[in-house]
Design a protein around this ligand. Structure first.
Ligand SMILES: Nc1nc2c(c(=O)[nH]1)N[C@H]1C(S)=C(S)[C@@H](COP(=O)(O)OP(=O)(O)OC[C@H]3O[C@@H](n4cnc5c(=O)[nH]c(N)nc54)[C@H](O)[C@@H]3O)O[C@H]1N2
Ligand SMILES: Nc1nc2c(c(=O)[nH]1)N[C@H]1C(S)=C(S)[C@@H](COP(=O)(O)OP(=O)(O)OC[C@H]3O[C@@H](n4cnc5c(=O)[nH]c(N)nc54)[C@H](O)[C@@H]3O)O[C@H]1N2
Ligand SMILES: [Mo]
Length: 739
């Protein structure tokens, strides 16, 4: 193991590291080690404090996670009931565990064929110690069925692919200094970070006097910290407000017509929709106000201010797009930024919710190249290829895993799943309708899981493999999502107990299956090769050892990165990657799909469990489930410092609380036909009446009556998805009573 030594004091060493969890940032960390134990964690010490990438509260609490008493340290086999937890398991050796898995793999393959083996991974956002080797070994074994669609961002991906033909739609954060107006539309970076450099940049532009609004059903941490005004909106109605802003611009001739003429396709069709020529309904502010709850006068004035302040930055995000018509929120935001000519301009934005820039990003994996999955051979392309048309011929949508397990071919799914390999990720907390998940996982013949903790998903497994944390392995990690920098995760301590990395488990499987020469390189050899061969790295990093020692390489850019600048400054030589080469407000590819719920122009379409749905009589409250400030989804569960920082509770407006006799801190039930959970009430004016909110990611912990005592919001959410493939987790109706 290679521990770097630096700044020796009191017998301590400092190792420069970063974490690899799915947390919204990527902070350089200094891990203090003494006698092989991490004693303390400090953040970035870059000499220029203005450019330090400071860790948030989660980054500073990792020690309590790495050494948490509930860490899995040995392979386990289930001896009791599924779903119940650690008491139902016995320690076994790695050999016995992997031999059992191999025996089951062979049995399932022989009895049902490879497609009945379901495989999904996640959890580690690194380059090498991923499930890549495991996926390869399983493909060499004949393949598996997996998921389709990104649970995070499929709505946004669909919107940007149909409009721009590209997912690299973000500007680097320093570009915010060029803006005159920032509209944070469903974007809350104080909580979800949005790149480690984001919040300090926002602090500075606020100090410099940039006007900032937030539009969100909740008065978010970002609204409280930065906004001049919070505009509360009814969930799922952003598209209505956005099209009416577009209407105001058209009526008052405020759009940037020269920009529209030069760079876009199909504005005329969108204008016809706005003016009611298509459906007889003019998209006036009064029309929108009745839907979205924002006063018509405010919609009007915001439309004027946004259209006439140049440049202005509209930032949409991904959260509101995890909804029944999620992609329309991002498509309408794109329509607004395009109409105002803010795309490709410093201080503007391209919208699309992804906010990624092509620096410091890493989409490639290090290590042995993969092989094609034989189960998918000959099938049509899946959305991994960013194909707009949903064709789920060989895969299962990521929010339909449980339904596919329960209903198989008879339910229209590609296969009958008999065995699952849950190689990271925690589907039993993070996908819609986890009570259905309970039935689904109990119906399988065999399950293997690998995790750092006994997650609610691992609790269903017959064999559980223990995984080491980021401090226990060497890897390259990915700045989330803005960069521009590269990070190195240096191994700091020995793996706890007998824990291994996902990569090592793949190698072990390959060995047990008799695949010769499967992996012949060391970690160090793989990582060096990757940095050398991957142009994203090689362009900048000439000295691998220095990079490793410092744990970070910061790219010095001459000016902020602005998405689509080339396409706007030199369109002749740089067409957009769409069929027309223009930004497509109207998409023929979408029109060809011929689905009225998936229109070729951006539109507001009420869908799913919205406020005026008949179900709202029974379940009148709209439920939001944002990402928790004190966890990364379900990761960092039960860390004492973090639990203390923000206890789990349901946000409810005083008006809704009073109507139900609920007082501050009361224990309440939140429920609908899918499930019921027990939680404390946080009565607060920080949320709109009619809307309640529970942070996602609390472990699923049902009691004997099936009431979830953990406060896992996904017992309530649907396992639906939008026409563009977005998981419809935010389109959900519930009722609340005192318990
Ligand atoms: N209601 C609702 N649900 C949501 C969302 C929402 O907004 N609302 N958001 C969705 C989004 S955007 C996302 S990205 C998903 C996240 O869904 P998941 O990726 O399933 O969630 P995590 O909690 O990050 O799960 C990571 C799991 O892997 C484990 N783990 C960590 N590191 C490793 C490792 O190196 N190897 C292995 N094998 N395991 C590891 C952790 O202990 C944890 O159990 O949740 C989605 N679910
Ligand atoms: N602390 C922390 N940070 C994280 C993560 C985490 O788990 N914890 N996860 C990371 C990951 S994987 C992802 S994908 C990102 C996700 O980050 P986001 O996509 O931003 O995720 P959310 O928290 O789901 O939602 C953002 C905001 O949208 C608001 N919102 C919900 N519905 C609506 C609506 O209909 N209209 C409007 N206007 N607003 C609405 C919510 O109130 C919330 O404030 O965060 C990353 N950062
Ligand atoms: Mo995500």
């Amino acid at each position: 193991m290679s521990v770097q030594q630096e700044g020796l004091k009191d017998g301590e060493t400092i190792v420069r590291c970063t974490s690899s969890i799915d947390c919204g940032g990527r902070c350089p960390l200094r891990l203090h080690v003494k006698d092989g134990v991490i004693t303390r964690i400090e953040g970035d010490d870059f000499p220029d404090p203005e450019k330090q990438l400071r860790a948030c509260l989660r980054g500073r609490a990792y020690r309590h996670w790495i050494y948490h008493p509930d860490r899995l340290k040995y392979p386990l086999k289930r001896v009791g009931e599924r779903g119940k937890g650690i008491s139902e398991y016995e320690r076994i050796s790695w050999d016995e565990a992997m031999d059992t898995v191999v025996r089951e793999l062979k049995r399932v393959k022989e009895t049902y064929g490879n497609s009945s083996i379901f495989f999904t991974g996640g959890g580690h956002l690194g380059a090498l110690h991923t499930v890549g080797s495991l996926s390869k070994a399983l493909c060499m074994f004949g393949g598996y069925t997996t998921i389709y669609g990104n649970i995070s961002s499929e709505g946004a991906v669909w919107a940007v692919m149909s409009s721009y033909g590209d997912v690299m739609v973000g500007n680097s954060r320093e570009d915010l200094f060029n803006t005159k107006l920032l509209i944070m539309w469903g974007w809350d970076p104080v909580r979800m970070i949005s790149g480690t450099d984001c919040n300090y940049t926002l602090t500075r532009i606020k100090e410099a006097g940039v006007k900032i609004y937030t539009i969100d059903p909740r008065l978010t941490h970002s609204a409280a910290t930065f906004a001049d005004e919070w505009i509360p909106i009814i969930p799922g109605t952003d598209a209505a407000m956005m099209v009416s802003m577009a209407y105001v611009m058209v009526k008052e001739n405020l759009q940037d017509q020269a920009f529209i003429d030069k760079y876009t396709l199909g504005f005329d069709k969108f204008r016809d929709y706005l003016l009611g020529k298509e459906d007889g309904v003019e998209k006036t502010p009064a029309w929108a106000s009745a839907i979205c709850g924002v006063p018509a006068a405010r919609i009007e004035s915001l439309a004027r201010e946004y259209a006439t302040t140049k440049p202005a930055c509209l930032m949409d995000c991904q959260g509101p797009a995890r909804a029944a018509q999620g992609e329309q929120y991002n498509r309408c935001a794109i329509a607004l930024t395009v109409m105002t000519g803010n795309v490709g301009k410093p201080g503007g934005s391209a919208c699309g919710g992804l906010m990624g820039i092509p620096y410091g990003h890493m989409f490639r994996s290090a290590g042995i190249p993969g092989v094609k999955n034989p189960v998918e051979a000959g099938g049509p392309s899946v959305r991994g290829t960013l194909d707009l048309n949903l064709r789920l011929v060989r895969r299962v949508h990521t929010n339909k895993i449980f339904d596919a397990m329960l209903h198989g071919k008879a339910g229209g799914y590609p296969t009958d799943i008999k065995m699952a390999w849950l190689a990271g990720g925690n589907i039993m907390t993070q996908r819609g309708d986890v009570n259905k998940g309970d039935r689904a996982l109990k119906s399988l013949e065999f399950i293997v899981a690998q995790d750092i903790f006994m997650s609610p998903s691992a609790r269903y497994a017959d064999i559980v493999f223990p995984i080491s944390t980021f401090a226990e392995k060497n890897d390259l990690t990915r700045p989330w999502p803005s960069g521009p920098y590269f990070t190195f995760m240096n191994q700091t301590i020995e793996p706890l107990g007998e824990s291994k990395t996902d990569w090592e488990i793949g190698n072990l499987l390959a060995q047990k299956l008799g695949f010769k020469d499967f992996d012949t390189k060391t970690d160090d050899e793989w990582l060096r090769l990757f940095v050398k061969e991957n142009p994203e790295y090689a362009t900048y990093i000439r000295d691998y050892d220095k990079f490793k020692k410092e744990g970070i390489y910061r790219i010095q850019m001459e000016e902020p990165y602005v998405a689509f600048r080339k396409q706007i400054e030199d369109p002749e030589n740089n067409p957009f990657n769409t069929p027309s080469g223009k930004i497509e407000i109207f998409s023929q590819r979408v029109a060809d799909m011929n689905n009225p719920m998936c229109p070729p122009i951006p539109k507001y379409i009420p869908d799913g469990e919205h406020r005026n749905h008949p179900l709202a009589k029974k379940y009148p409250l709209q439920l939001l489930s944002p990402h928790p400030r004190v966890r990364a989804h379900s990761t960092l569960q039960f860390v004492d410092w973090l639990e203390e920082a923000e206890p789990h509770a349901v946000w409810i407006n005083p008006a809704d609380a009073e109507a139900r006799g609920i007082r501050q801190g009361d224990e309440v039930y939140v429920f609908n036909d899918r499930g019921k959970l027990a939680i404390k009430a946080l009565v607060t004016k920080r949320i709109r009446p009619g809307v309640v909110s529970i942070y996602e990611g609390k472990y699923y912990q049902p009691d004997e009556q099936g009431i979830d005592r953990g406060g896992c919001v996904n017992v309530l959410t649907p396992d639906a998805y939008s026409p563009g493939g977005a998981a419809a987790l935010k389109t959900c109706l519930v009722e609340i009573t005192r318990s």
